[in-house]
Design a protein around this ligand. Structure first.
Ligand code: MN
Length: 279
């Protein structure tokens, strides 16, 4: 039995199929973890979710910013942009199946056996794994509740920039969601920056990649994440970043999470892309 984590697929179903073939993924025995941004911009969001559903409980996903964007569009809170490439899903007779699949995914998963935590953007340096799991589940529960539309409406915005356990209501849910799905740079006070989207060294002082700030609660737990295509693959200390920019014409990457493995395997993007390449 192997557990593989894969970076941002973003609707690139053919690339995911090619990657699973390369790693000789065994649908009867292995587990597939996906680090979020399952859909968005890529060519086949509906087909990708059908494919994931076919794995049953052998697939484990977390939500990314593009997945939440789909929920906001579905609620009529945001207008779909042509480059989201979501029309084929939004107009699909099985749309409710796809939306329900997204709604039922978490923001964070933790395996004690593997000593690995996975989220889309990363683990906020001020949180322990246990605290992060509890906070992520607050958002997952709210997204599944009857108040979903109001919850999603208030998720958008760059503030508050710093965590406080005293945050409540919509601002609390927004900070948690931003930390799990949009975080890249942070400062030593725990403030998040959402204005810089370039590679690791591209933000001015005081901003640093979130995983270069000390997290005194993390111990030996490894953190697997995606989201940062401009940083490329990251494999340093306990941090494994898997977004190698498939939807931008780069690669789709996977890592086996059993600790004796931990080598990253990639395939080149295997899609007919109709969107311009990332600058
Ligand atoms: Mn993302």
């Amino acid at each position: 039995m192997a557990t593989w984590a894969v970076g941002d697929v973003q609707g690139c179903l053919r690339s995911l199929e090619a990657l699973l073939e390369k790693i000789k993924f065994d649908r009867q025995q292995d587990y597939l973890w996906l680090a979020g941004d399952l859909i968005g911009r890529g060519p086949d969001p509906a087909g990708l979710i059908d494919f994931l559903i076919s794995f049953g409980n052998r697939v484990v996903c977390v939500l990314g910013n593009h997945d939440i964007n789909l929920l906001a569009i579905n609620e009529g809170l945001k207008a779909p942009r042509p480059d989201d490439n979501l029309e084929s899903l939004l107009d699909h007779p099985k749309k409710s199946v796809y939306i329900n699949f997204i709604l039922n995914q978490r923001l964070i998963v933790f395996s004690k056996r593997l000593n690995v935590v996975m989220t889309h953007a990363g683990l906020y340096p001020g949180w322990s794994v246990q605290e992060a799991v509890t906070l992520g589940d607050e958002v997952s529960t709210a997204l599944k509740g009857e108040n979903r539309s109001e919850v999603i409406r208030h998720l958008y915005g760059d503030t508050p920039v710093n965590w406080s356990p005293e945050l409540s209501g919509n601002m609390r849910l927004r900070f948690i969601t931003n930390a799990f799905t949009r975080m890249r740079f942070c400062d030593t006070n725990g403030c998040l920056d959402f204005s810089h989207k370039g590679g690791l060294g591209t933000a001015p002082d005081p901003w640093q990649p979130w995983f270069e700030l000390p997290n005194t609660n993390l111990g030996t737990t490894r953190v697997v994440f995606g989201h940062w295509s401009t940083a490329g693959l990251i494999n340093q200390n306990n941090f494994i970043g898997l977004d190698s920019g498939c939807v931008w014409g780069g690669n789709l990457s996977a890592v086996q999470l059993e600790p004796e493995h931990a080598n990253i395997v990639s395939v080149p993007c295997n899609e007919h892309l109709t969107i311009p390449k990332h600058e």
